[in-house]
Design a binder for this molecule. Structure first.
Ligand code: LLP
Length: 464
């Protein structure tokens, strides 16, 4: 079988080792070698079981990536199952019971089942995410329902299935809950809810700002008094138990001190309420590029726990979080096939692959950068500058704006972008009627298809 690999080297030779520092951005440790962007892709950007085989090809989970592309086609999302499990375990060890995987980062039934098996709760932010999680066998008591505009149907479904927490986000939602709670239903227990507050702390990737007014569509503002009013309203609801306060300050946050700031701001509101639970949301960042470093989940939790202690939050409070990206991002790699190479003399080289903004809209949406490498020669230097683009009918359809590639990149090569495990497949579309890719989990030398590739027939199955 092409995906059972030859013996692998014990280290990933040629890959630039990680010098993880904990927090902030530090210079890459490869000062004496080739410039980092011309050297091979850094090991810390690859899934944890990634290894360069003796023939130079990269294996993940003991499975050769080029073989996977041949077997399952491209574009292909490949997830290192051991990596996903390790991050879930780290989260449970660091935060304890109640820490929830934010399914918006990446969700299919296999992922929901995996996170549940590893002891995580699941954060679902729509009826659709709730449906997928429940259909994967996750007990609804371990689901946290979010959303700034939950419909009456979504709320009724959540109440009927007995989700673990509903995170209340608006006064309209409180009214809906009051109506639903009055409706006669048999056997419905008391529903635990949390109130989402907007702490006025906004985390940017490297920093935070305290905003005077809280301009957000999410939650209830602290400064305006809306959060206090919401707590009072929820406490007055029949059939509902207020168990805690929730806040979320942003995503792709590198500086864990931003979360300490969040705790500090929340504490004077939270402590007098004498509630058993505080959730600080998700948001821990991950490195996408050679020069980026991020703290670990354990360091994030430690910083928050220290901040809670300093702020005088009672030690028996259940402190939870909702990591998404830090669980899934680095576990995933996207494989594409190179179809066209255009060298525009004096301008740039365009390397076009068989996916693009339909499987990864992040470069278009956020200007996000990625690394690239060729899995057939993963330790090769990457002296060649190019722009990797997709196959969509838009100039903006960029996969990697400033990519580095080995000099011999050629049509037919499998090209990989690492760190695509979060907010890639979950934000994929059928733009230009491009079928969405397949998703494969790899572990112990085996590959299993967890989401099949869409077919052309899938593209017309909803048409009347
Ligand atoms: N909890 C709440 C309430 C959230 O809104 C989010 C993310 C999370 C948890 C998980 O955050 P994470 O740990 O994954 O950063 N599409 C964007 C990211 C949007 C995140 C939205 N909310 C991206 O591709 O960067």
């Amino acid at each position: 079988m092409d995906d059972l690999v030859a013996p692998v080297a014990t280290e990933a030779p040629g890959l630039i080792p990680d010098a993880l520092d904990g927090a902030g951005v530090v210079p890459d440790g490869a000062a004496s070698g080739p410039a980092p962007d011309e050297g091979p892709v850094r090991a810390g950007l690859l899934p944890m079981t990634a290894q360069v085989r003796t023939d130079g090809r990269l294996a993940v989970g003991g499975v050769d990536l080029v073989g996977l592309a041949d077997r399952f086609g491209t574009p292909l999302f490949v997830y290192d199952e051991d990596h996903l499990r390790a991050r879930c375990r780290e989260a449970v060890a660091a935060w304890g019971d109640g820490v929830a995987y934010a399914t918006k980062a990446f969700l299919c039934r296999a992922m929901a089942g995996l996170a549940h098996e590893e002891g995580m709760w699941l954060d679902v932010s729509t009826g659709g995410e709730l449906h997928v999680a429940v259909s994967a066998g996750v007990p609804s008591a371990r689901l946290v329902l979010h959303g700034n505009n939950k419909s009456e149907d979504e709320l009724a479904h959540a109440l009927d299935s007995g989700v673990g927490r509903i995170v209340v986000d608006s006064f309209d939602e409180i009214e809906r809950l009051a109506r639903l709670a009055r409706a006669p239903t048999s056997g419905r227990g008391r529903q635990p809810v949390m109130v989402r507050v907007t702490p006025g702390v906004e985390a940017h990737t490297h920093d935070f700002v305290r905003t005077g007014q809280e301009d957000s569509k999410f939650g209830f503002g602290l400064a305006s008094g809306a959060a206090s009013d919401a707590v009072a309203h929820v406490r007055a609801l029949a059939g509902v138990d207020l168990v805690g306060i929730h806040a979320h300050i942003g995503s792709q946050v590198f500086r864990v001190e931003s979360f300490a700031e969040e705790v500090e701001v929340l504490s004077s509101f939270f402590i007098p309420l004498e509630l058993p639970e505080l959730c600080v949301g998700g948001g821990l960042g991950v490195p996408y590029l050679a020069e980026e470093r991020a703290p670990s989940i354990a360091q994030w939790a430690q910083t928050v726990h220290d901040a809670c202690r300093r702020a005088g939050i009672p030690p028996d409070t259940r402190i939870t979080a909702e990591p998404g990206r830090s669980i899934a991002a680095t576990a995933g790699v996207t494989l594409y096939r190179v179809g066209t190479i255009k060298e525009l003399r004096g301008v740039r080289t365009y390397v076009a692959v068989d996916g693009g903004m339909s499987d990864n809209p992040r470069p278009v949406l956020y200007g996000s950068g990625y690394e690239t490498f060729l899995p057939r020669d993963a330790a090769a230097p990457r002296p060649r500058a190019a722009r990797v683009v997709g196959k969509h009918c838009e100039t903006g359809d960029i996969v990697v704006a400033d990519a580095r590639l080995p000099s011999d990149v050629a049509v037919g090569d499998v090209l990989a972008t690492p760190v695509t495990g979060a907010y890639g497949y979950s934000m994929a579309s059928n733009y230009n009627k491009v079928p969405r890719p397949a998703v494969v989990f790899v572990s112990g030398g085996e590959a299993r298809l967890v989401v099949r590739r869409e077919t052309y027939d899938d593209l017309i199955r909803l048409d009347g």
